[in-house]
Design a protein around this ligand. Structure first.
Ligand code: NI
Ligand code: MN
Length: 226
């Protein structure tokens, strides 16, 4: 069993009822967030890249929970310097953590912290196997053809994909991504947080009607099970 709760924007809290992990914990300053960073209790924190709307409250949550941040090497080095425990990884590599297996995938995007002044290497996506299920969180990315390979090599039960356009895939590219990845369920994220990324999740769902993938539109605070 794997239960994923959408926390707004790109943030997802995942549990197998034993371990709790959070991905891209941007809560402070997130207009969609329903919960405060100080109320988050987790064992691990996964961060796709250094942008403020993803790194978010990761360092504070890590220190308070004595939780480890899992991130691409350069970003892991950055959070370590600021006092958080980190597990450094890089694209293509996987590791078995107590809660499950994490593999870093490519993402076509940037990665910088400290108001964009500190370069934090390459961004990533995460393939997470936990509670007997496989979940894919693409991070911020444009569409890339290797998603087809990710879909061929992994039986994805649940995918979280950005549809907000401007900084990431928009609706039509995300639909192509679903075609490549073939997830059982897909949840659109990274839209509507600000006017600049105000796309329609209903359009995403309508255009995917009849496909093998079930589109699940959830509001912040709501969960989906895989
Ligand atoms: Ni970004
Ligand atoms: Mn972003």
């Amino acid at each position: 069993m794997l239960k994923a709760t959408f926390m707004g924007h790109s943030c997802v809290l995942v549990t197998d009822s034993q371990y709790n992990i959070i991905i891209d914990p941007f809560l402070t300053g997130n207009p969609q967030a329903k919960i405060k960073a100080e109320d988050i209790k987790v064992d691990f924190i996964l961060v796709t890249h250094g942008h403020g709307d993803h790194l978010g409250d990761a360092i504070e949550i890590a220190i308070r929970n004595k939780a480890v941040i899992i991130a691409p090497n350069e970003l892991a080095v950055y959070v370590s310097k600021l006092g958080a425990q980190a597990h450094n990884m890089h694209i293509g590599g996987a590791y078995n953590f107590p809660f499950g297996r994490v593999k870093l995938t490519i993402a076509h995007h940037g990665s910088a912290a400290g108001d964009g002044l500190i370069y934090t290497g390459n961004p990533c996506g995460f393939l997470i196997t936990m509670g007997g299920k496989t979940m894919y969180h693409s991070g911020d990315t444009g569409l890339f053809y290797d998603m087809k390979l990710i879909g061929e090599m992994n039986k994805i039960d649940l995918a979280f994909l950005p549809i907000g356009d401007n900084f990431t895939m928009g609706v039509d590219d995300a639909i192509k991504a679903v075609e490549f990845l073939q997830p059982k369920k897909v949840v659109p994220i990274h839209y509507g947080t600000w006017p600049l990324i105000d796309t329609e999740p209903e359009e995403f769902a309508t255009k995917l009607k009849g496909s093998k993938s079930q589109v699940v539109i959830i509001s912040p605070g709501e969960s989906v099970e895989a």
